[in-house]
Design a protein around this ligand. Structure first.
Ligand SMILES: Nc1ncnc2c1ncn2[C@@H]1O[C@H](COP(=O)(O)OP(=O)(O)OP(=O)(O)O)[C@@H](O)[C@H]1O
Ligand SMILES: [Mg+2]
Length: 368
C-alpha cells in the first residue's frame, strides 16, 4: 500500500470521530498537517476544544490505530488559544485565569520571560521530567504562554515525552540567526540534548554546562513567555546550583518519592537553594501510593506521606502527591503528558492541581 492510500484511509477513519459542535473533526478543520511516513507512522495536529470530552485524543488515536498499515500515531495536540489582553502585567502580580498579562522585562538572560520555575530532585529517576512536562502542559492548558527547557544533557527525555524527535530549526525574523523552539501540546520546547548527537557522549561537566547553557539560551527565540519551566539534571550539587543562578530561577519545585524522603538528599537540596536565595516553592511526592487495578484498593508500595512531613519540617509548602500509575509512564512513552491524556485520572488531577498551586505561590511571592 502506498502512503497516499494509507493517508486516505486514515483521513476516512478520522472522519468517523464526531466533534462536540456536531459533524466530524475533519470537516471542522481540527485535524491538520496529516502526514504518513514510509514506515507507517501517522502524524497530525489536532486542535482541541474546551468542550471536547477528556477521551478525545485517545479516541482519535484509537480510530487511526485500527487502520490496517498504521504502525504508529503521533498527535500534536494544539490547545485552545487563551483570550488576549487583560491582566495586570507587572512581574509577580497574580495572574487571572484565562488572561495573559504582558510580562515586564526580566533583567539578564531571559528578558521576555516572566517567571522561571525549575523542577529539581535530590536524586535521579524520581519523576522530575514527568512533573516538568505535565506542569508545563497544564500551565499551557490554563492559557499561559509556556516554554520548557530540558537542562539535563546527560539524559534528555523531554522531547520524547512530547512525541518530538525533530531537531529545531532557525527562527524567522530580523537580526542574528536564532533557534526556534519546537512546539508541542501548546508548549515551546528546547533541549540541551539538541546540542548533542545521539551517540555523542555527554562529556561536559559542572560549570562548563552553565557557560554553554548561557550561550545557548541567548540564541533561543522563546518569544514572550509567562512561564519557563526548567527540567533540571538530577542531584543538587554545584552543577545544579550554577544552573539555577545562571537562569535566575524564581522558584524551585523539589520532587521526591516516598522512599527517598529519608535519604537526606532532598533536605540538602532545599537548604542549598535557600542558601543562595532561590525560593523553594515546595515539595511534590511522586509515586505515592498505588490504586490496585484489580481490587481498587490503595496499596502503599513505597509508603506515603513522608513528603508532606518533610515539607512541614523544612517549612516549605507541600505541593501534593502524584500516585504511582502505569498510565503516567505510558503517557510519557506515547508523547502525550498525563494532564492531556488522562486528565480525570487521580494522577492527572494531582498534576493539574500542582499547576494551579504553582501559579498561586508565584503570584503571592511576587507581592511580598
Ligand atoms: N507517578 C508515576 N507513575 C508511574 N510511572 C512514573 C511516575 N512518575 C514517573 N514515572 C516513570 O518513571 C520513569 C522516571 O521518570 P522521569 O524520567 O520523569 O524521572 P527523572 O527524575 O526525570 O529521571 P532522571 O533523573 O533520569 O532525569 C519514567 O519512565 C516515568 O514515565
Ligand atoms: Mg529527567
Amino acid at each position: 500500500m502506498t502512503t497516499e492510500m494509507l493517508k486516505r484511509d486514515v483521513l476516512a477513519a478520522l472522519t468517523r470521530v464526531t466533534a462536540q459542535e456536531g459533524g466530524d473533526v475533519v470537516s471542522h478543520g481540527r485535524v491538520r498537517d496529516l502526514t504518513v511516513e514510509e514506515d507507517g507512522t501517522v502524524r497530525f495536529s489536532f486542535f482541541l476544544s474546551p468542550d471536547d470530552p477528556p477521551s478525545m485524543v485517545r479516541d482519535l488515536r484509537a480510530a487511526v490505530e485500527t487502520v490496517p498499515g498504521v504502525k504508529g500515531v503521533k498527535v500534536n495536540v494544539q490547545l485552545p488559544r487563551a483570550p488576549q489582553g487583560g491582566g495586570g502585567g507587572a512581574r509577580g502580580r497574580p495572574l487571572q485565569p484565562g488572561s495573559v498579562p504582558a510580562p515586564t522585562p526580566r533583567p539578564g538572560l531571559l528578558p521576555e520571560v516572566d517567571r522561571v520555575v525549575a523542577v529539581s530532585s535530590g536524586k535521579g529517576g524520581v519523576g522530575k521530567s514527568m512533573v516538568a512536562a505535565n506542569l508545563a502542559t497544564a500551565l499551557a492548558a490554563r492559557g499561559r504562554r509556556v516554554g520548557l527547557l530540558d537542562a539535563d544533557i546527560y539524559g534528555p527525555n523531554i522531547p520524547l515525552m512530547f512525541g518530538e524527535n525533530r531537531r529545531p530549526g532557525v527562527a524567522e525574523g530580523e537580526g542574528p540567526e536564532r533557534i526556534a523552539p519546537l512546539v508541542a501540546h501548546g508548549v515551546r520546547l528546547m533541549s540541551l540534548g539538541f546540542l548533542l548527537d545521539k551517540d555523542q557522549p555527554a562529556i561536559m561537566r559542572g560549570p562548563l554546562i552553565a557557560g554553554i547553557l548561557k550561550q545557548f539560551l541567548e540564541q533561543v527565540a522563546w518569544g514572550a513567555l509567562d512561564y519557563l519551566v526548567v527540567d533540571m539534571p538530577p542531584g543538587t550539587g554545584d552543577a545544579q546550583l550554577s544552573l539555577v543562578q545562571t537562569i535566575d530561577v524564581d522558584g524551585v519545585v523539589m520532587v521526591t518519592t516516598p522512599q527517598d524522603v529519608a535519604t537526606g538528599d532532598v533536605r540538602r537540596g532545599v537548604r542549598m537553594f535557600q542558601r543562595v536565595h532561590t525560593p523553594v516553592l515546595g515539595i511534590v511526592e511522586n509515586m505515592s501510593g498505588f490504586t490496585c487495578p484489580h481490587c481498587g484498593g490503595e496499596v502503599e508500595v513505597f509508603g506515603k506521606g513522608g513528603g508532606e512531613a518533610l515539607a512541614r519540617d523544612l517549612e516549605v509548602p507541600f505541593l501534593g502527591s502524584v500516585p504511582l500509575d502505569p498510565g503516567v509512564r505510558e503517557a510519557g512513552d506515547a508523547g502525550v503528558p498525563t494532564v492531556l491524556r488522562a486528565p480525570d485520572s487521580p494522577a492527572g488531577k494531582a498534576l493539574m492541581a500542582l499547576a494551579a498551586k504553582i501559579e498561586e505561590l508565584l503570584a503571592e511571592g511576587g507581592e511580598g
